[in-house]
Design a protein around this ligand. Structure first.
Ligand SMILES: *[C@@H]1O[C@H](CO)[C@@H](O)[C@H](O)[C@H]1NC(C)=O
Ligand SMILES: *[C@@H]1O[C@H](CO)[C@@H](O)[C@H](O)[C@H]1NC(C)=O
Ligand SMILES: *[C@@H]1O[C@H](CO)[C@@H](O)[C@H](O)[C@H]1NC(C)=O
Length: 818
C-alpha cells in the first residue's frame, strides 16, 4: 500500500508536471443506459490528433480506479460505451452526473482530459415501499384529522423524479404535503368530510405517485380504511304506530304483533332492546314484549267490557342509551261473553181472573254488557202484559218464563220465571150433577129418613165454591113442600119430614136451589121428583056385593041357566097400587062347590054346570079377594045366590034368612024415609056444590092456573040392571070399562055409574077437585070434605038404587033403557 501511495504521489507530481504539457479538454454528453459500443464521441477529431499519434502514443484511457464505462477505439479515434451506464447507480441523486477520465499519450507524454456527462433518462418509476396501507378510523373523527402516508421514491432525478401524488377518490380525504427538513415532502391524508360507518364502513383509496418524465411513470399504493363504528345512531321504530286488535278473552300468550326497530349502528351500538313504558292504563301489566324480538303478547285476559282499547308505549333502546318509542293501539274486539241480564223491576204475583187484557204483570229491565250484534239488547225496559182473558178455572197458576237471547254467535241467553197466581172471582155458578133428580121412597117411612143426596159443584175456589142447598118454597097439593122434605144446607141430603102415604101422594116435585158463597152469590136450581112407593098397607075392599049385616042380597040364578051363566061379579078395589092392588078372587066356601066358580081375575061368579032341580034354592058362597102384595092382604065376601025360577020362590026361600022378616016389614018405611032423606040431602048438596063452585070460580080469577091434575080416587059401584019385563030375569050386564086417571097403573076396572046425575055430579066434583087442587090448603081440605061427602052420598044412593033394583025392577029398567 505504501508503494501505491508513493506511486500516487508520484503521479500527482507528474500530473502537476505535465499540467503544463496538457493540450486540451473535451466534454461529451450521453444518455444513460446506452447500448454497449454506442459512440460517445470522436475523440481524435476533437482533440486534433491523428490516428497515428494515437497509435504511436499508445493512447489509453485512464480512469483511475473507476469502473471503465468507456473504451477507446484507437483505430477509429472514437470513444465507445464499454459498459451500461446507470446514472442512478453512478451518481445517485447527484446532478449533473459526469464521467471524468484522461486520455494519456506517450511519446510525448500528453494528457487529455475528457468529461462525459451522463444525462438521466426516465427509467425509474416512482415506487412505494408497500403495496398497501391500512387505517382504522373512527367514524366520529373530526375533519382535519391527519394520517401520514408512506412516500414514494423515484430514483430518477429532475423531471424524471417524483413529482406529484394523487389520491382517489377524494370523497373524504385530501392530500397535504409537509416540507421536511431534508427537502423532501411528507405526504399526509387529511379527513375532510366526516365519515359515516353506517354509510360506508370501508373505504379504499388509491395513492398514486407521478414523475414527469417522458413517458410519465407512476406508482400506486392502496389505502384501506376501516371505519370504526361509533354509537351515533338511535334506534328507529319501523312504524311509529302499530294497530292491532285482539278478541277479548283471548288466551294468555296470544301474540298481538311484533314491533321492529332498527339501529344503524353496529354491534352493541345497534343492539336494541324493547320495553313497555308504564302508562296510565297499566298496559304493562297486561301485555309483555320480548326485549329482543319485539313480539308483543298478552299476559292476562282482556275484557272488552272493562276497556275497549289499549295503548301500549314501546321503547326501543340500544346499548348506548339511544331510544325511540312507538305506540301499539290495541282494539279489543267484543265477543259475546255476557249473557243478557233480566232484572225484574216490579211484578205482581197475583192477578184477578177478570182483569182486562193488557194488564201489566211485570216490568223487566234487560241489559247486555256486550255491544253490537252480540249485545244488541243493550238496555231496555219491557213490560209483560196479559194478552187474552184469564180464567182461574182453566189455569190457576202460570209460570211465565221470560227468556232473553242476544244475537251473538253463539247466542247467549238468560231467563227468569215469574210465577203468577190467578185469583178467583165468583164467575161460576154452582152446577148440579144432574139436570134433574128422581128418587123414590117407600111409603110409611120414618120421619127424618134421608132419602137421597143432591150434589152440586162450583168451579170457583174457596168461598166462591162453598155451596149451600136451599129448598125452594113451593107447595104440593096445597101443602108447603117444607112440610114434606128438608134439605141439609151443607150436605144436600134430602130428608123426609114426615111419613108419606102413597094413597095420598104418589109423587111430588120441588126445586132445590144451590148457592155459592161468593159476593154476589151465584145460584142454580134443579128439579127433584120424589116418587113414593106403594106398600101393601091396604086390604082389598069389596064394593059389591055390599056387605051389610042387616041386608040380605041374593043373586038369582034361573034354573034354566046354562053352564057358564054369569051369576054375579064380585067387585073389589084396593087403594094400593100395582101388585098391591092386583086382586085375585077365589071361592073359599060354597054350599055347593061344584055349581059355581069364581073368575080368578075378574071375580065373575059363573055356573059350572047345569042347574038341576036338586040344587038348593039358597046357595051361599064365600069369596076371598086377595091382593098380590107381600104379604098379601085379603077380604072375604059372602054372596047369596038364589036358584029359582020365580021371584016369589026366591022371596019365600029368603024369608028363611035370619032378619029377613024384619027387613021386609020395615023395608017400605025405610025406603020412603031414605028417599026423603036422600032427596033432601041431594038438594042441599046441589046447593052447596053450586055455591062452592060459584065461590071457586070467583077465586079462580085471582089465582094463577096450574096444570097439575092430581088423581082422585073415586070408586063407583057397577051398574046392574035387570032387563026384560017378561018375568024372566034376563040379566043384561051393562058392563063398561071406565078408566080413571089412575087406571094405567092399577089396571083396575070400575063399573060406570048408572045415574047420569051422579056422573054429572061426579064429573063436576072431579072438576071441582081439579080446581081445588089449584087452590090453597083450605080449599084442598074443603075438597076432601066434599069428596068424602059425595062418596058417601054416592054410596048411599048406590045402596038405595041397588035395594030398589031388587024390589022395583021396572023403575030401574026404564032408566037403564034410557
Ligand atoms: C257491528 O258489527 C258490524 C260487523 O261486525 C259492523 O259493521 C257494525 O258497524 C257494528 N255496529 C256497531 C254499532 O258497532
Ligand atoms: C210453577 O212452578 C212451581 C215451582 O217451581 C211449581 O211447583 C208449579 O207446579 C209450577 N206450576 C205450573 C203450572 O207449572
Ligand atoms: C131455576 O132455574 C131456571 C133456569 O134453570 C131459572 O129460569 C129459574 O128462574 C130458576 N128458579 C129460581 C126460583 O131460581
Amino acid at each position: 500500500m505504501s508503494d501505491r501511495t508513493m506511486a500516487r504521489q508520484v503521479l500527482l507530481f507528474i500530473w502537476f508536471l505535465s499540467l503544463s504539457s496538457a493540450l486540451g479538454q473535451v466534454s461529451y454528453s450521453i444518455h444513460e443506459e446506452m447500448a454497449k459500443g454506442s459512440l460517445v464521441g470522436n475523440i481524435a477529431q476533437d482533440l486534433g490528433l491523428d490516428l497515428k499519434r494515437l497509435k504511436s502514443g499508445k493512447a489509453r484511457i485512464y480512469t483511475g480506479d473507476s469502473v471503465e464505462y468507456i473504451e477507446l477505439n484507437k483505430e477509429r479515434g472514437v470513444i465507445l460505451i464499454k459498459d451500461r451506464i446507470d446514472r442512478e447507480a453512478l451518481c445517485g441523486q447527484t446532478t449533473p452526473c459526469a464521467l471524468h477520465f484522461q486520455i494519456i499519450l506517450e511519446n510525448p507524454m500528453q494528457l487529455y482530459r475528457v468529461t462525459v456527462e451522463v444525462t438521466d433518462i426516465n427509467d425509474n418509476a416512482p415506487m412505494f415501499s408497500k403495496a398497501e396501507m391500512r387505517f382504522e378510523i373512527n367514524e366520529l373523527s373530526s375533519s382535519g384529522a391527519r394520517f401520514i402516508l408512506d412516500r414514494a421514491i423515484d430514483h430518477d432525478v429532475g423531471r424524471n423524479g417524483l413529482q406529484s401524488y394523487s389520491l382517489e377518490p377524494t370523497d373524504n380525504f385530501v392530500l397535504k404535503f409537509q416540507n421536511l427538513p431534508d427537502g423532501n415532502k411528507a405526504v399526509e391524508m387529511v379527513l375532510q368530510t366526516p365519515l359515516d360507518r353506517e354509510k360506508k364502513d370501508h373505504i379504499s383509496l388509491l395513492l398514486t405517485a407521478f414523475d414527469e418524465g417522458e413517458p410519465q411513470m407512476s406508482g400506486t399504493m392502496k389505502i384501506h380504511i376501516t371505519v370504526l363504528d361509533a354509537n351515533d345512531n338511535a334506534p328507529v321504530c319501523l312504524q311509529s304506530v302499530y294497530k292491532t286488535n285482539i278478541a277479548e278473552n283471548s288466551p294468555k300468550g296470544t301474540v298481538l304483533t311484533t314491533v321492529s326497530a332498527s339501529d344503524a349502528d353496529q354491534g352493541a351500538n345497534g343492539r336494541i332492546s324493547f320495553s313497555i313504558s308504564s302508562t296510565a292504563d297499566k298496559a304493562a301489566d297486561i301485555f309483555e314484549i320480548d326485549p329482543e324480538s319485539g313480539v308483543v303478547k298478552l299476559i292476562v285476559g282482556v275484557d272488552y267490557e272493562t276497556s275497549k282499547y289499549y295503548q301500549i308505549d314501546v321503547q326501543a333502546r340500544d346499548e348506548g342509551g339511544h331510544t325511540d318509542s312507538c305506540k301499539i293501539i290495541v282494539d279489543v274486539i267484543d265477543t259475546n261473553d255476557n249473557s243478557p241480564t233480566i232484572n225484574i223491576i216490579s211484578k205482581s204475583s197475583q192477578i184477578s181472573e177478570d182483569s182486562k187484557t193488557g194488564n201489566v204483570l211485570a216490568i223487566l229491565n234487560i241489559q247486555d254488557l256486550d255491544s253490537n250484534e252480540s249485545g244488541k239488547v243493550n238496555y231496555g225496559f219491557y213490560s209483560l202484559v196479559t194478552e187474552g182473558d184469564l180464567d182461574r178455572e182453566r189455569e190457576s197458576e202460570y209460570n211465565i218464563s221470560v227468556t232473553c237471547a242476544d244475537e251473538g254467535v253463539p247466542s247467549l241467553s238468560s231467563s227468569v220465571t215469574l210465577s203468577l197466581q190467578i185469583s178467583d172471582v165468583n164467575d161460576n155458578a154452582p152446577v148440579f150433577d144432574k139436570s134433574s133428580y128422581e128418587a123414590s121412597v117407600q111409603e110409611n117411612n120414618t120421619p127424618g129418613l134421608s132419602i137421597f143426596t143432591v150434589r152440586a159443584s162450583d168451579a170457583d175456589f174457596n168461598q166462591n165454591a162453598r155451596v149451600s142447598y136451599i129448598l125452594e118454597d113451593s107447595s104440593v097439593k096445597g101443602v108447603p113442600v117444607s112440610s114434606l122434605v128438608s134439605v141439609s144446607a151443607d150436605s144436600g141430603v134430602i130428608h123426609a119430614v114426615r111419613s108419606f102415604d102413597y094413597e095420598q101422594i104418589k109423587d111430588f116435585q120441588f126445586r132445590i136451589k144451590v148457592q155459592d158463597g161468593g159476593s154476589p152469590p151465584l145460584s142454580s136450581n134443579v128439579s127433584v121428583k120424589i116418587m113414593i112407593q106403594d106398600q101393601n098397607d091396604n086390604a082389598p075392599q069389596v064394593l059389591y056385593p055390599v056387605q051389610s049385616g042387616a041386608s040380605v042380597v041374593a043373586e038369582i040364578v034361573p034354573r034354566s041357566a046354562d053352564v057358564g051363566y054369569l051369576v054375579t061379579k064380585v067387585v073389589a078395589v084396593d087403594v094400593d097400587s100395582g101388585q098391591n092392588a092386583w086382586l085375585s078372587y077365589k071361592l073359599q066356601k060354597a054350599t055347593d062347590r061344584a055349581l059355581f066358580e069364581v073368575g080368578l081375575q075378574n071375580g065373575e061368579i059363573r055356573t059350572v054346570r047345569q042347574v038341576t032341580d036338586k040344587d038348593a034354592v039358597k046357595q051361599r058362597l064365600t069369596v076371598v079377594v086377595e091382593d098380590n102384595g107381600q104379604p098379601s092382604r085379603s077380604a072375604t065376601v059372602n054372596v047369596n045366590v038364589a036358584v029359582a025360577d020365580s021371584f016369589p020362590e026366591v022371596l019365600s026361600e029368603f024369608t028363611d034368612f035370619p032378619h029377613d022378616k024384619d027387613y021386609n016389614d020395615n023395608l017400605t018405611f025405610y025406603l020412603v024415609l031414605a028417599l026423603a032423606v036422600v032427596s033432601f040431602l041431594f038438594i042441599v048438596s046441589i046447593i052447596a056444590i053450586l055455591s062452592v063452585k060459584c065461590y071457586r070460580w070467583r077465586r079462580e080469577r085471582m089465582f094463577y092456573k096450574s096444570g097439575a091434575n092430581l088423581p082422585v080416587i073415586p070408586y063407583y059401584p057397577p051398574l046392574y040392571a035387570d032387563v026384560g019385563g017378561t018375568g024372566t030375569l034376563q040379566h043384561v050386564y051393562n058392563y063398561e070399562v071406565c078408566r080413571t086417571t089412575d087406571s094405567r097403573k092399577s089396571d083396575l076396572k070400575y063399573g060406570k055409574p048408572c045415574s047420569e046425575s051422579i056422573i054429572s055430579l061426579d064429573s063436576s066434583g072431579t072438576q071441582t077437585l081439579t080446581h081445588a087442587q089449584r087452590g090453597k090448603l083450605i080449599n084442598k081440605e074443603f075438597d076432601d070434605q066434599v069428596r068424602i061427602f059425595i062418596s058417601s052420598l054416592c054410596s048411599s044412593l048406590q045402596h038405595f038404587f041397588y035395594c030398589k033394583s031388587i024390589q022395583t025392577v021396572h023403575t030401574c029398567k026404564g032408566e037403564t033403557e034410557l
